[in-house]
Every structure is written in structure tokens, then in C-alpha cells.
Ligand binder design. Structure first.
Ligand code: MLT
Length: 265
């Protein structure tokens, strides 16, 4: 693990392998370890950079909302530090919101996009209110209630009943999250822009992946992005919910590698 100063906080990241740089941005309330299997699969042929987004994992939290634009700027500073002008930018869920924000802010730095279990639209008013309540809950009670409330949406019922080690891993990742970091991310997600109008301007190769049973960012959201982003490829992963990279690791990695080899190199 390495650290860089991005102005107000220290950002933690890992930089593994050599080749075309591929940045993978984790979801909420997770950390870069959710990409361990992708780092292993890709790093023989690619340089894989996995930051802990601000406030999460081993990165420090700042006070106030950790906006998607700010997280995208952190990624840009990390790439500057690593002397990488252009990279493939991929993200799952909140990581996807940050990847889209990165494209909006720095389009010429994006070699290709990977958008997994994510969406372009902003939260509804009701969704924003729920984020604020969850942020207060995290700060007042810690992460256990949030983790237990989210688990059933993150994984399919089949995974929950048959893969206890994966359930434990996902739950532990959430329990390790700092409440102030979770609160910052929630408030940041609540403030995020509606980036739907940007989709038709995306001109780089784009891979869209989604779990068939994802109820947080449903398949329809990915279909919409696929319709709007010219030339994009959409893959729906069966028997997967929201953290499709963990539930269908083999197929997720196969699709990612095929995309990187075909479109992005
Ligand atoms: C995530 O997995 O990053 C979050 O569930 C996304 C969200 O709550 O919108």
C-alpha cells in the first residue's frame, strides 16, 4: 500500500503490474480489497491501480460530503503522481459514479471506461433523504446496522445461503469502514449530478457490466447507458446481484480481460 497527499487528506492506493494502466474504483461502503481477484487476473498484462476512495479503506476522511467530482479529482492527482497521462477508468457502483465524473472532468485522460453495476442519473429527492438518514445513522451507531441492512441487496439469496465465506468478506469490509468516511460518501452521492446528458458524448470504448439481480442499480439503468453510449458493450451477469465482480468473478474477469485486450490496448 502506498499513500499520497491529495491536498486535504492522505489517499491510499495499490499499483500492481506493468502495461496499459487500468484504474479500478470500488463501491460504497467498501474499499480497494473488493478488487483483489481482478488485480490478480489483470496484473500479468496490465498495470492495475486501485485507490481507496477518500474516507474509505485506508484513505483518510475529510469533513463534509465526499463528492464524486472530488473523488475524481483525487484520482487525477494520483495519476499525475504516477506520471500516467491516460488510463482505462473502471468503477463499480459508487466507483462508477466517480468514473463517469472523471470522464466529465478529464475526457482526454480516459482510454476506455468500465461501468459495473452503476448508473448515470442522480438520486431522487427521496433517495437523497435516505442518504442523509443513513449518514446520521452511521455516525450515531457505527456500521453494523448499515452493513446488515445492505447485505441482502448486495448478494443474491443463493449466495447468501450457499457462500458464507463471501457473505462474511462483504460484511467485514463494510464493518471496517470508518463511519465518518461512510457518512461523507453518502452525502457526496446525494449531491451527485445527473450525468445522463453526458452519456451520448462518451466516445471511448466502454464496457458495461451488471448483475441480473441487481436491485440497487438495476439492469434497466445499464441498458439505458448502453443505448446512449455509442458502441458500448453490455454484459448482464446471471446469478449475480450488486457486487457482481465478487459473485461471478470468473465471468466478470473474462469479460474485462476480453474488453481490455480487444478495445483498450
Ligand atoms: C455502492 O455499491 O457503491 C452503493 O450501493 C451505490 C449507491 O448506494 O448508490
Amino acid at each position: 500500500m502506498s499513500l499520497i497527499n491529495v491536498g486535504d487528506i492522505q489517499l491510499a492506493y495499490a499499483d500492481t503490474g506493468v502495461g496499459l494502466p487500468v484504474v479500478l474504483l470500488h463501491g460504497y461502503p467498501f474499499n480497494r480489497s473488493m478488487w483483489n481477484e481482478q488485480v490478480s487476473a489483470l496484473s500479468n498484462s496490465f498495470r492495475v491501480i486501485t485507490p481507496d476512495l477518500r474516507g474509505l479503506g485506508e484513505s483518510e476522511a475529510a469533513s463534509g460530503p465526499a463528492t464524486m467530482n472530488r473523488m475524481a479529482q483525487d484520482v487525477a492527482m494520483l495519476l499525475d503522481h504516477l506520471e500516467i497521462p491516460r488510463a482505462v477508468i473502471g468503477g463499480l457502483s459508487m466507483g462508477g459514479y466517480v468514473a463517469i465524473a472523471f470522464y466529465k472532468l478529464f475526457p482526454s485522460r480516459v482510454r476506455a471506461l468500465v461501468l459495473a453495476d452503476t448508473r448515470a442519473q442522480a438520486d431522487t429527492e427521496e433517495g437523497k433523504q435516505t442518504r442523509h438518514q443513513q449518514a446520521e445513522k452511521a455516525l450515531a451507531e457505527g456500521m453494523a446496522g448499515i452493513a446488515d441492512g445492505m447485505l441482502a441487496k448486495l448478494l443474491t439469496p443463493d449466495t447468501v445461503s450457499k457462500r458464507p465465506e463471501l457473505v462474511r468478506r462483504v460484511r467485514d469490509m463494510m464493518l471496517k469502514t470508518k463511519p465518518e468516511g461512510a457518512a461523507g460518501a453518502l452525502l457526496g452521492m446525494a449531491e451527485r449530478d445527473n450525468n445522463t446528458p453526458l452519456l451520448s458524448q462518451i466516445s471511448c470504448p466502454t464496457l458495461i457490466l451488471v448483475g441480473h439481480d441487481d436491485s440497487i442499480t438495476p439492469v434497466q439503468d445499464s441498458e439505458k447507458m448502453h443505448r446512449e453510449i455509442a458502441g458500448s458493450r453490455l454484459v448482464v451477469l446471471e446469478n449475480a446481484a450488486h457486487v457482481s465482480n465478487l459473485e461471478r468473478t470468473e465471468q466478470f474477469n473474462e469479460e474485462l480481460l476480453r474488453f481490455l485486450n480487444d478495445s483498450a490496448s
